[in-house]
Design a binder for this molecule. Structure first.
Ligand code: HEM
Length: 148
C-alpha cells in the first residue's frame, strides 16, 4: 500500500480539481433554473435552457461527482491520512452526503424542466442556490482547519 502514500499529493490534487468542477455545476445549474422558470413553455429560449441543463448535468456534474468520490475514497483508504477518532472527518462526510442529496434533487428538477413540468417559481431556485455555498464553506473549514 506504500504506492498509495507516494501518490497522496497527486490524488489530493485531482480530488480538489474534481471538487471545483462539481461545485461549478452545483452553483450554475440552479442559476439556469432561475431564468428557465420565467421562460414561456415551448419557447425557443426554454428549449435552449433544456439543452444547456442536460449538457451541464451529464457532461460535467455527473462525471465530476463520480471523480470527487473516487479520489476522496482513495484518500480515505491511504494509510495515515485520516484519524477516525477525530470528529471533522465524520462531519465532512455528513455534509458531502447532503451535497450529494442536493445534486440528486437538481437532477430531478432538470427532468421536470425537460418535460415542461416545473411548477416552482424562479424565487425558489434563487434561494436554494445558496445551499451549495454554505456546504462548501463548512466542508473546506472542516478539512483544512480540522477544528475537532
Ligand atoms: C465524495 C466524498 C469525499 C471524500 C470521501 C473525501 C475525503 C477526503 C480526504 C480523506 C481528504 C484528505 C484529508 C487530509 O489530507 O487531511 C480530503 C481532502 C480534501 N477534500 Fe475531500 N472528500 C470528499 C468530498 C469533498 C468535497 C465535496 C469537497 C468540497 C466541497 C472536498 C474538499 C476537500 C479539500 C479542499 C481537501 C484538501 C484539504 C487539505 O489537505 O488541505 N472533499 N478529502
Amino acid at each position: 500500500m506504500t504506492w498509495l502514500g507516494d501518490a497522496y499529493p497527486w490524488i489530493k490534487a485531482f480530488h480538489i480539481i474534481s471538487v471545483v468542477a462539481w461545485m461549478a455545476g452545483l452553483l450554475y445549474l440552479p442559476r439556469l433554473f432561475v431564468y428557465h422558470a420565467d421562460a414561456p413553455k415551448g419557447s425557443q429560449q426554454s428549449e435552449t435552457f433544456k439543452t444547456m441543463e442536460r449538457r451541464l448535468l451529464r457532461g460535467i456534474m455527473n462525471p465530476a461527482m463520480v471523480a470527487t468520490y473516487v479520489f476522496g475514497l482513495t484518500l480515505l483508504a491511504t494509510p495515515g491520512v485520516v484519524d477516525w477518532h477525530r470528529g471533522w472527518i465524520h462531519a465532512k462526510l455528513a455534509l458531502v452526503l447532503v451535497l450529494t442529496g442536493y445534486h440528486m434533487f437538481l437532477a430531478r428538477c432538470r427532468r421536470e424542466f425537460a418535460a415542461d413540468r416545473n411548477r416552482r417559481p424562479a424565487r425558489f431556485y434563487r434561494i436554494i442556490n445558496e445551499v451549495p455555498t454554505l456546504l462548501l464553506i463548512g466542508i473546506v473549514i472542516l478539512v483544512v482547519v480540522k477544528p475537532f
